[in-house]
Design a protein around this ligand. Structure first.
Ligand SMILES: [Mn+2]
Length: 235
């Protein structure tokens, strides 16, 4: 049995995320885990409050290096989401995974036995893998957003608009239908032996909903006013 921890949508370096409240919990969980999956949007290169993308890449790498080093018996997997599907970060992850024996990264998904981990931006609309690649390509060289735009979002967040918007944009059934269609396309559906899926992105928690023979889990996001949990499982 492999014990696994999954955490999604930390949105590190975005000031609307309370990621820093959870660092100790991540460390405690990783200390007992064989496998630790960062399931996308771990770092937010679009809304970073650091002065540049380059500096954000440096900080992200430093976080992952020290995390993987501290938890050396644990295999650390970094799945990318849309907010961290950034070319400079991917180049840095290539170097880092060569440097560290226990860190690997995956642009789209990771499968371990009958469990699949993916970020979940395929739930934006009906997407096959080609559509996802095209969508992600638009994030490769995405610019960091300016101060004014960030303040506008802060105001919307103050009004909790994000909570209502996420629920409206991602009703359970439609989300699961879209993820399931994508799994079919990449050959990792129930028929291919997948029985459990961990995803994120929608910021709407899902705890063990079953759709077409696959059970889905989403731990939500640590954005202010939203539910968030680090998920644990045995594989
Ligand atoms: Mn996302």
């Amino acid at each position: 049995m492999t014990s696994v921890c999954v955490v999604s949508d930390l949105h590190m370096f975005c000031r609307r995320s309370e990621w820093n409240h959870y660092l100790e919990q991540l460390d405690r969980a990783a200390a007992d885990a064989d496998l630790f999956v960062f399931n996308g949007d771990t770092f937010d290169f679009k809304w970073t409050t650091l002065e540049s993308i380059d500096h954000t890449v440096e900080q992200a790498v430093e976080f992952l290096r020290s995390f993987s080093y501290r938890h050396a018996p644990c295999q650390v997997h970094v799945n990318l989401g849309n907010h961290d599907h950034v070319q400079k970060f991917m180049d840095a992850l290539d170097r880092l995974s060569r440097e560290l024996g226990n860190l690997s990264w995956h642009p789209y998904y990771l499968r371990v036995g009958s469990t699949l981990f993916l970020h979940g931006d395929v739930a934006n609309r009906k997407m096959n893998h080609r559509d996802l690649e095209r969508y992600r390509a638009s994030w490769l060289h995405h610019k960091k957003q300016g101060r004014i735009r960030n303040q506008i979002y802060d105001v919307a967040f103050g009004a909790k608009a994000h909570v209502a918007i996420s629920r409206l944009a991602f009703p359970h059934k439609r989300t699961l239908r879209r993820v399931a269609a994508y799994l079919d396309d990449i050959g990792h559906s129930a028929g291919d032996g997948v029985s459990r899926v961990f995803f994120g992105h929608t910021h709407v928690p899902v705890s063990g909903a079953t759709y077409n023979g696959v059970t889905y889990h989403n731990g939500g996001a640590p954005m202010k006013g939203m539910k968030f949990s680090l998920l644990k499982a045995k594989i």
